[in-house]
Unconditional design. Structure first.
Length: 255
């Protein structure tokens, strides 16, 4: 591979584990995220200096590869990790005629569209996400609530991201959801698997099949399988990263 990739790893054990696997596959040097070095930057997450490196890349047009929790089956360290170029999530349109094999490996269920939900479930921004995108999280939420009320009289439920081990499972909160609204939370993927439509307002892998505000009371029901099959080709196990089973330009799985 002719492209030089610099793998930025923080002192956090997850960052070091994931970036060590990625560097083994791409033959990239591991460095701390203290400044931007020459070459394509590869990073896990946005904390502990990684946000600053990504921002520098965006300011000067330097390419970067972003890794984070997988879209489906994101379990440390036996699960999947998403990989995308010059964005925090892949732009998944479901137009590439991807096979179903990687989806079938997950042994998960794609439930039929749920057309009987009552609530509009809004997922607020986390503090880290607000900081990364330069938003005031409270103002963002107020704006989304106001826009929602202009398009529906349905009950609105706000679901902040719970702390680990706390809060109700997302499956329970989605049981009576007509749709969810989020900026870039991976809850969008959870919802779509459960048959709940999503309305995404930021960088999200679900943008390709997202509703608009107008669809809240005028629903559309897109075919999710092409989107889902492509999504699974854009996430990787640690062993796949170590073996370099990824097209580093498109960030799609390859053997």
């Amino acid at each position: 591979m002719s492209e030089k990739i610099v793998c930025y790893a923080t002192e956090h054990y997850i960052s070091r584990t994931v970036m060590s696997a990625f560097s083994e596959g791409c033959k990239g040097q591991i460095l701390p995220p203290l400044r931007l070095y020459e070459g394509t930057a590869a990073l896990y997450g946005i904390l502990r200096g990684c946000q600053e490196v990504i921002k520098q890349c965006e300011q000067i047009g330097n390419s970067y590869i972003a890794l984070d929790h997988g879209y489906i089956g994101h379990d440390h360290f036996g699960g999947y990790y998403r990989v995308s170029r010059n964005a925090r999530q892949a732009s998944v349109r479901g137009t590439g005629n991807y096979p179903s094999d990687r989806w079938e490996l997950l042994h998960r269920e794609l439930r039929p569209w749920k057309r009987t939900g009552r609530n509009v479930l809004i997922i607020p921004l986390t503090g880290a996400t607000s900081d990364f995108y330069g938003f005031d999280g409270d103002k963002w939420l107020d704006n989304v609530v106001d826009r929602t009320k202009r398009h529906t009289d349905r009950n609105i439920v706000i679901r902040p991201k719970p702390k680990p081990g706390q809060g109700t499972p997302i499956d329970k909160d989605l049981q009576d959801a007509h749709c969810i609204i989020t900026h870039s939370s991976n809850v969008a993927v959870d919802a779509l698997l459960m048959g709940v439509p999503v309305l995404t307002l930021g960088e999200s892998s679900a943008n390709g099949i997202s509703w608009s505000f107008e669809n809240i009371e005028s629903p559309v029901w897109p075919d999710r399988e092409p989107w889902l099959f492509e999504l699974c080709y854009r996430q990787f196990t640690l062993n796949e990263l170590r073996r370099g089973e990824i097209d580093y330009e498109t960030c799609v799985y390859r053997v």
